[in-house]
Design a protein around this ligand. Structure first.
Ligand SMILES: [Zn+2]
Length: 126
């Protein structure tokens, strides 16, 4: 059965799944990086980005800090990146060791009116 049209509901469902996968992939990237397997961490980041692009899902702010926005390498403070807090500018400056470029993250107080959605990862993935 081939259905070309994807209904809106289906699309939203796919995006939920994509979001969950991205979450899992970043978790895996963290683990790999902690073990010193940076290549593996990079590939998880790449996969997460690809899923995001395919399903038109944005990578949340929390995860955006985990990789370089220019060269997409996984960022690990002290190992592949250096973070500094610039209190005058009220931002965190992250320098990527791969491409030597800097990213700036303004530190924002909690996103206003926190969305009531709670993300729970309970599903067994094995
Ligand atoms: Zn970079």
């Amino acid at each position: 059965m081939t259905r070309r049209k994807v209904r809106k509901k289906d699309k939203r469902k796919q995006q939920d799944i994509a979001r969950e996968r991205i979450e899992i992939l970043f978790g895996l990237a963290d683990n790999a990086a902690l073990k010193g397997e940076m290549d593996l961490a990079d590939s998880y980041v790449e996969l997460a980005r690809k899923i995001g692009m395919k399903f038109n899902v944005r990578i949340s702010r929390e995860y955006k800090r985990k990789f370089c926005k220019y060269c997409y390498h996984y960022l690990m403070p002290g190992k592949t990146s250096r973070s500094r807090i610039n209190s005058r500018e009220k931002r965190v400056e992250v320098e990527c060791f791969h491409c030597k470029r800097k990213m700036f993250f303004p530190y924002v107080r909690e996103v206003k009116g926190k969305r009531g959605k709670k993300i729970e990862v309970q599903r067994c993935t094995t």
